[in-house]
Design a protein around this ligand. Structure first.
Ligand code: SF4
Ligand code: SF4
Ligand code: FES
Length: 557
């Protein structure tokens, strides 16, 4: 049941607290900083109540049936009518006058009993289990378990290494039958492919005949599996999770701006997992977005300044860039993959050297969930910073006309492959191309100057998502040797002095002063982890292709 707005007073372990009426007791206790161990409960799924790990004692203040008056005991305190059996915290909703015990001897006994049952057939896989280090079964066994096993019989043997789909591997022996994965597929993705067969301790999770877990959200089942039964085929056996450094980031897959955590070790990214943000992506993310870390080490990564086979230093490249900008008429192709900070600086470059700016509206079929029709993370940023004055077209026909009228000497292309956007090699041979980007493409191959950029995993910055929510990301791994931050590159092009680059906070001070939409944000540090909605009335009239924010939480819909 979703929690209402009216507050009720309940008593948890002797302390009174106010919680929203209807909130379940796991969440209510968490508000007080108390953990009620649980497996099957997940805040974004319906309550199944099958693991019994969250047992609590529940009572209500006793009242006289005739008068309705509260009955008092000999100390003058209200008499509590305790339920004769423990109740499940996930299925008990807060009501006025409710009394809860989460750590009574009975509750502790129940927890020990449940743990013992769960571990009876559980394999001793911890040393080689990918979940070790973030496994609720491990953690609760230590905290709430008996500490030793009384089971002397043979353990059940179940299938191990079952491919449920292209990205998810199941170890059935580790499954505690919590049904989170089943409910996720039914309730969130509406792709009902998982179920249990057989009964009791022989129950086994599997895909329905002729079906597989292959939807683009399948890896969320791995995230929410409380044990190591479901593992990511990509991440499996690659790295122990306790070695991973966690860095908050934003997915660049679309304008939804899914909040993520990048797991890295010693300069290498190993996985991307979703970060909870109830206003954006709840606790989910698409599988396709998790693949994006592979772009860091992709073979076609641009990792040197220069052109063709020739390499020059960063300083030389900046000098050459400036000379080219000064020596001819320039047109610019901006990108909605740029961060807000890059867009702000790129606009300054354009203002400084002059010339028209074009953008491209990359649209594709959204999925109605976390992949929007707008295939870029920061179109709003280009509008807010003033880099683009209007919603861009889906091609570059205006630019093409300009090139045909021999009105352009230099074409600065940021990230885009303009050959995919209506310009031919013959058109491009008429201008000098300065390509600024992370990876090679057909346009970069014929560029007169290549200026490599950092990926989102190597730099700090911010994007403005489809809700006009400003969200920030941080560097998870160092930049490739010799490659400077994107904002340093643009800053260098703007200055004639010796420069060591620019600090992101310096940019934010300027943006705060110059951009009305950022009047509430005066520093990069000041952008909250969950992002902040910015004023967007100036853009209300624009016809964006994907409508308003998408998220799953039924309570928020
Ligand atoms: S699921 Fe947890 S308890 Fe089981 S083997 Fe893996 S880490 Fe150990
Ligand atoms: S595979 Fe994991 S999420 Fe699915 S039922 Fe088993 S323990 Fe629960
Ligand atoms: S969490 Fe309450 S029964 Fe599983």
């Amino acid at each position: 049941m979703s929690a209402g707005n009216n507050l009720v007073t309940i008593n948890i372990d002797g302390k009174e607290t106010q919680v929203p009426a209807g909130m379940n007791i796991i969440e209510a206790a968490a508000l007080m900083g108390k953990e009620i161990p649980h497996y099957c409960y997940h805040p974004k799924l319906t309550v199944a109540g099958n693991c019994r790990m969250c047992l609590i004692e529940m009572g209500m203040v006793m009242k006289d049936r005739q008068t309705g008056e509260i009955l008092l005991n000999e100390n003058g305190k209200p008499k509590i009518g305790w339920a004769p059996k423990p109740a499940i915290g996930c299925g008990t909703n807060a009501a006025a006058g409710m009394y809860i015990k989460t750590d009574s001897p009975l509750v502790k006994d129940c927890q020990k009993g449940v743990m013992e049952f769960l571990l009876i057939n559980h394999p001793l896989d911890c040393p080689i289990c990918d979940q070790a280090g973030e496994c609720s079964l491990q953690e609760f066994a230590t905290e709430y378990g008996r500490g030793y096993s009384r089971f002397v019989e043979q353990k059940n043997v179940k299938p191990k290494r079952v491919q449920l789909g292209p990205r998810v591997t199941l170890d059935d022996e580790r499954c505690i039958l919590c049904s989170r994965c089943v409910r996720f597929c039914q309730e969130i993705v509406k792709d009902d492919v998982l179920g249990f067969t057989d009964r009791g301790s022989y129950s086994t999770l599997m895909c329905y005949p002729d079906k597989q877990l292959d939807n683009n959200y399948s890896l969320n089942t791995v995230d929410i599996c409380p044990v190591g039964a479901l593992t990511s085929t990509d991440f499996r056996f690659k790295m122990r999770v306790w070695f991973l450094k966690k860095t908050n980031s934003i997915c660049t897959e679309s304008s939804v701006g899914v909040n993520t955590v990048v797991g890295s070790r010693e300069g290498k990214v190993y996985r991307i997992t979703p970060r909870r943000n109830d206003a954006v992506n709840d606790t989910w993310m698409p599988d396709s977005g998790r693949e994006l870390y592979k772009e860091v080490e992709r073979e076609d990564r641009l990792i040197r300044y220069g052109w063709g086979e020739d390499a020059i230093s960063f300083k030389e490249a900046c000098l050459r860039f400036k000379e080219m900008l000064r020596g001819g008429r320039t047109a610019y192709v901006a990108s909605s993959l740029m961060s807000v900070e890059e867009q702000f600086l790129f606009k300054k470059v354009v203002d400084n050297y002059g010339g028209p700016v074009y953008g491209v509206y990359h649209q594709r079929k959204g999925d109605g969930l976390l992949i929007s029709t707008d295939a870029r993370p920061n179109l709003r940023g280009a509008l807010v910073t003033g880099l683009l004055k209007k919603l861009p077209d889906q091609d570059l026909s205006e630019l093409l006309t300009r090139i045909h009228s021999e009105d352009v000497d230099n074409l600065v292309v940021y990230h885009e492959d303009v050959m995919q956007l209506g310009l031919s090699e013959e058109d491009l041979r008429k201008v000098r191309i300065i390509f600024i980007g992370t990876h090679e493409n057909e346009t970069s191959k014929i560029a007169s100057l290549l200026l490599p950029l950092l990926t989102v995993f190597e730099k700090a910055g911010s994007f403005i998502n489809q809700q006009f929510r400003l969200q920030k990301f941080h560097p998870a791994v160092p930049e490739p040797k010799g490659i400077r931050a994107d904002i340093d590159l643009l800053h260098e092009v703007l200055t004639d002095k010796e420069s060591d680059g620019v600090h992101i906070e310096v940019l934010w001070k300027e943006m705060h002063e110059q951009i009305p939409q950022f009047k509430e944000v005066n520093s990069f540090k000041g952008i909250p982890d969950e992002g902040i909605l910015i004023e967007n009335s100036a853009f209300k009239h624009l016809q964006f292709c994907e409508g308003k924010g998408l998220h799953f939480n039924p309570a928020n819909r």
